[in-house]
Design a protein around this ligand. Structure first.
Ligand SMILES: Cc1cc2nc3c(=O)[nH]c(=O)nc-3n(C[C@H](O)[C@H](O)[C@H](O)COP(=O)(O)O)c2cc1C
Length: 244
């Protein structure tokens, strides 16, 4: 498999250790990025991506290696330590750049055949909120299968994690890797994804047209019978995939 890990921290701490352990258990080619080292820009709120497309983003060149890696990868792993009960600012700044890829705007077809993983660690609490921060993006990009791994590691770094918690980490990464293999190659849509897709489709048909979103959907036949989760882009051809 072609796996990408986006680390919400520069250092190789507990969160990165768990994300890496999972990726190695899944097996395949692993590409890793570290925030801020590999991308350090906040969204400027210029609306260029919404009004035109992501190539007009002032940070397009810097962001593109990460975008291309995520487009190619399956699964996508987003991994963040908990900072004050949420994902660190650099992870949120990174995710802000993909607002235009949300289901309610212009989702990419290939996202509907990917699996996603959120990994969060805290000293004690806050992994739920942090995973939710990352989960929302994967969900709204269209990723149908998302796993969430959250651990209160009671440590400031990997070498301090108690043995009992380490055993839980090994067990849960085993189980998640197995699930990822079982679901490999499938495309589909989540219940929430389906809800949002049809809500936006309805809005496009009944309310004032919002461009360029409307044309994007129209070109892909989504206002008609085509559905992004029934097609996947392979070698430039649209092929029918298993419908979930
Ligand atoms: C700025 C900052 C804020 C933190 N906020 C929380 C928190 O809200 N809850 C918590 O349990 N741990 C918190 N921690 C502890 C880390 O989340 C925890 O040690 C985590 O496992 C570190 O992951 P890492 O080794 O991948 O960096 C915080 C740590 C830092 C540096």
């Amino acid at each position: 498999m072609n796996i990408v890990i986006i680390n919400g921290q520069n250092h190789k701490g507990s969160t990165r250790m768990i994300a890496r352990e999972l990726a190695e258990k899944v097996g395949g080619e692993i590409t890793e990025f570290f925030l801020l080292r590999d991308f350090d820009e906040p969204c400027l709120g210029c609306w260029s991506c919404f009004k035109t497309d992501m190539t007009r983003c002032p940070h397009y060149e810097k962001l593109n290696p990460l975008t291309e890696a995520m487009d190619k990868a399956n699964p996508i792993i987003l991994a963040s330590p908990v900072y004050v009960f949420h994902a660190p600012g650099q992870m949120m700044s990174f995710l802000d750049h993909y607002g235009t890829c949300w289901m309610v705007h212009r989702p990419k077809e290939q996202m509907f055949r990917k699996q996603g993983v959120c990994v969060a660690t805290a000293a004690g609490g806050g992994t739920k909120g942090t995973n939710r921060d990352m989960y929302d993006s994967l969900l709204f990009w269209g990723v149908p299968k998302i796993y969430q791994l959250g651990f209160g590691v009671r440590a400031a770094g990997p070498d301090q994690i108690p043995e009992k918690i380490l055993r839980r980490i090994h067990r849960e990464t085993d189980v998640t890797a197995e699930k990822i293999h079982r679901n490999a190659g499938r495309s589909g849509v989540s219940v929430q994804g389906r809800f949002w897709f049809y809500t936006i489709r309805f809005a496009h048909k009944h309310f004032k047209r919002s461009e360029p979103d409307y044309s994007y959907w129209e070109q892909r036949g989504w206002h008609g019978k085509q559905r992004p989760w029934k097609t996947a882009i392979k070698s430039g051809n649209l092929e029918r995939q298993e419908d979930k």
